[in-house]
Ligand binder design. Structure first.
Ligand code: HEC
Length: 117
């Protein structure tokens, strides 16, 4: 039966390898706790400790914003595709991991944006 060839040991080894890569990838996924640490140290000064209480009404709320939107915004500031002197300077201090962690952290917070999550 040809279906049984799927269980050949070389295939199993390949699958195990793929699974190991997947798990390793997941281990590098965004770290919300690290995102919070960085946010408390740096971003809270302007965006508020909860991401919802910016120090100036013209500063955006970040809490509950979509993870991919936050990541995109930070990368755009970093590359100067989106120009803002304040956030451009902030974004340039961040590593790619910082950006993933910060985006995951702010996305995890209860927001006051249109969708309550
Ligand atoms: C000195 C004040 C200040 C600090 C510190 C600061 N920000 Fe900002 N942030 C701003 C201002 C002002 C804007 C609005 C800029 C604009 O109009 O593009 C902004 C915008 C943003 C946006 C875009 C939001 C949107 O809705 O498009 C993101 C994301 C963001 N900040 C994340 C962060 C993160 C993460 C940190 C910490 C690493 C941080 N900011 C630190 C002042 C600050």
């Amino acid at each position: 039966m040809s279906d049984l060839r799927f269980f050949r040991t070389d295939r199993i080894a390949a699958l195990a390898g793929a699974l190991a890569l997947f798990v390793a990838g997941a281990a590098q996924a965004a770290d919300i706790a690290r995102g919070k640490e960085k946010a408390d140290q740096v971003c809270a000064a302007c965006h508020g400790k909860d991401g919802n209480t910016p120090i100036d009404p013209t500063y955006p709320r970040l809490a509950g914003q979509h993870d991919d939107y936050l990541r995109h915004a930070l990368l755009a500031y970093q590359s100067e595709q989106r120009k803002n002197p304040i956030m451009g300077a902030q974004a340039k201090q961040l590593s790619r991991a910082d950006i993933d962690n910060l985006a995951a952290y702010y996305a995890s917070l209860p927001g006051q944006l249109s969708h309550q999550r």
